[in-house]
Design a protein. Structure first.
Length: 441
């Protein structure tokens, strides 16, 4: 079946990834020891999308865990699901990425990358029909950003025809974890534009807002935020793992969502999200899911979809529901908010329906949208980048590792090009290219 190889890098990637495996194992009825304890055969049927079967009926995640320092992987190992993973798939360096993109891309990370690629290759060769790779990392640090970019480069060379999907945590608008975040982020973005097929843009501040405003959690932890992301990650691949009325896989999603190859940065959302206290006061129905799914407050990155226009969107519903109702709701969204969709694409929304809902819910929906409002994030990071780069601050840390100043300038111009492409798409009208079209006729 269509298998996925999961790669998680750096502290952020390993925290998010370990939460994701908890959610997926729970959905499929896999215990922390790797044994199957589910109630339904459907949970077993397509387990091989994410798991390999080992001897004695043990199921092992097809995951590769990479970090340049041991601390975060030790935490995963010591956690409840630490015994689930294959010991050889923990790839640990000793030097540390030290928030330096050049360390991850050129020196420390490049040394460890050969070893990581061997493990990835081994996992990929053990599959029947590899659908693609799912990479979880942050864009502000050294390992997730620098080594993540390096690995994607190398994987793209080796597997040019497989899907590459990244869940990337962008720097937040107000809260910054590291000072050199803008540098690392812009350098990674330039690599993601070239080497990745789909990038789901996430951001801690938006996730925190969802936890605080919608879920009413006071003092939300990273665990709560990672749980939100895991719900989307499992929603995106649920059609490959469970039977449904309208299926969707990574390639179908990419074909429908990406009008031009460079414009593959998506905003994501999940519904239903309710606070514990108010769950019994609302009925979860298709209109309710649709309303929350398209809500600006529900987006997991700090970009407001009302400030841009949707090029395309993908709505992945889960649970028993009528296809007619789903189609009607999507048509409603389009006709009521037509000004928020570009004019030159007639049908903007791809839908898929999977029969099996997430554990504990009657129905749910994951949302992935390609919206030009993502420019807000690039613009913000770009301003911080140019403020520091103008004074050549912190540059010596990067040049000492063998980087050239030109790489910074190229990465910045690459990001600016992407911004202007999104802007053009937002402002284009259906008749824009008509003269050339008629001329060709």
């Amino acid at each position: 079946m269509r298998e996925i190889v999961h790669v998680q890098l750096g502290q952020c990637g390993n925290n998010m990834g370990s939460k994701f495996w908890e959610v997926i194992s729970d959905e499929h009825g896999i215990t922390p020891q790797g044994q199957f304890a589910g109630e339904s055969d459907l949970q077993l049927e397509r387990l091989n999308v994410y798991y390999n079967e080992a001897t004695g009926g043990r199921y092992v995640p097809r995951a590769v865990l990479v970090d340049l320092e041991p601390s975060s992987i030790d935490t995963v190992r010591a956690g409840p699901y630490g015994g689930l993973f294959r010991p050889e798939n923990f790839i640990i360096g000793q030097g540390g990425g030290s928030n330096n993109w050049a360390k991850g891309f050129y020196t420390e990370g490049a040394e460890l990358a050969d070893y990581a690629l061997d493990v990835i290759r081994k996992e990929a060769e053990g599959t029947d029909c590899l659908q693609g790779f799912q990479i979880v990392h942050s864009m502000g640090g050294g390992t997730g950003a620098g080594m993540g970019s390096h690995l994607m480069n190398r994987m793209r060379e080796e597997y040019p025809d497989r899907m590459m999907m990244a869940y990337s945590v962008f720097p937040s608008p107000k809260v910054s974890d590291t000072v050199v975040e803008p540098y690392n982020c812009v350098l990674t973005l330039a690599q993601l534009i070239e080497n990745c097929d789909m990038v789901q843009v996430l951001d801690n501040e938006a996730l925190y807002d969802i936890c605080f405003r919608t879920l009413k959690l006071n003092g939300a932890s990273f665990g709560d935020m990672n749980h939100l992301v895991s719900a989307v990650m499992s929603g995106v691949t649920c059609s490959m793992r469970f039977p449904g009325q309208l299926n969707c896989d990574l390639r179908k999603m990419a074909v429908n969502l990406i009008p031009f190859p460079r414009l593959h940065f998506f905003t994501t959302g999940f519904a239903p999200l309710t606070s514990r206290g108010s769950q019994q006061y609302r009925q979860i129905s298709v209109p309710e899911l649709t309303q929350q799914m398209w809500d600006a407050k529900n987006m997991m990155c700090a970009a407001d979809p009302r400030h841009g226009r949707y090029l395309t969107a993908c709505a992945m519903f889960r649970g028993r529901m009528s296809t007619k109702e789903v189609e009607e709701q999507m048509l409603n969204v389009r006709s009521r908010n037509s000004s928020y969709f570009v004019d030159w694409i007639p049908d903007h929304i791809k839908t898929s329906i999977c029969d099996i809902p997430p554990k504990g819910l009657r129905m749910a929906a994951a949302f992935v949208g390609n919206n030009s409002c993502i420019n807000e994030m690039y613009r913000r990071v770009g301003e911080q980048f140019s403020a520091m780069f103008r004074r050549k601050a912190y540059l010596h840390w990067y040049t000492n590792e063998g980087m050239d100043e030109m790489e910074f300038t190229e990465a910045e111009s690459n990001m600016n090009d992407l911004m202007s492409e999104y802007q053009q798409c937002q402002e284009a009208s259906p008749d824009d290219g008509m003269e050339d079209y008629e001329h060709e006729q």
